[in-house]
Design a protein around this ligand. Sequence first.
Ligand SMILES: Nc1nc2c(ncn2[C@@H]2O[C@H](COP(=O)(O)OP(=O)(O)OP(=O)(O)O)[C@@H](O)[C@H]2O)c(=O)[nH]1
Ligand SMILES: [Mg+2]
Length: 208
Amino acid sequence: MTSERSLGGVVLAGGYSTRFGESDKAVADLAGTPMIRRVVDRLATVTDDLVVNCRDDQLEAIRAALAGSDLEPRYATDPVPDRGPLAGIQVGLEAVDREYTAVVACDMPFVDPALLETLHDRACGRDGAVVRLEDGWYQTTQAVYRADAMAEACAETLDSEDKRIVAALERIDIVEVGENDLEGVSERTFEGIDTQEALAEAERRMRR
Ligand SMILES: Nc1nc2c(ncn2[C@@H]2O[C@H](COP(=O)(O)OP(=O)(O)OP(=O)(O)O)[C@@H](O)[C@H]2O)c(=O)[nH]1
Ligand SMILES: [Mg+2]
């Protein structure tokens, strides 16, 4: 990997996992490995500067879950907790030291590194590459952004009336990637684990 092709990574973990129950899904065990560690180890294959965004009160458990992982991450904690994923994206992207950076949620343990490389290719010269599914939904938490442009768009969006992530995307020059462009990418890449039921189902499928 040459330096100009170097990709950063941000793992978003600052949410309260309310649908998951009492515990933090970031560090939940999936078939013997904490979910966030699965995400970090997959990101480590395509990135060389990695930032984990979380709250101060999560640091100890997340550090323990990531001890000895394939790429030692840096941590950027939220100055104000519970401001939503857009605030987490901003904090992470401000801390990362690469022009282009993959942003991935901690609850997407099957993220396909090949997708992130494709998005990196497509993002070059633009402000980012985001998959838009057939239902119109943007996969904003498994996307590649030009870090400074997206961080600024997040800040502006959080200061305005419409605080949705798509409002931030409208402020920058992104490439939309369709589902048809995802040949060779794992079908499970966008699977998110929001509930205990989803975790149990994922575990069942991994055992098969
Ligand atoms: N920094 C930060 N990250 C967040 C926040 N809310 C969600 N996230 C992250 O954004 C990603 C997607 O969010 P969700 O799947 O809704 O996670 P969540 O909010 O923890 O879970 P629920 O409470 O069940 O919605 C996850 O990686 C979360 O950690 C937040 O308020 N601040
Ligand atoms: Mg949420």
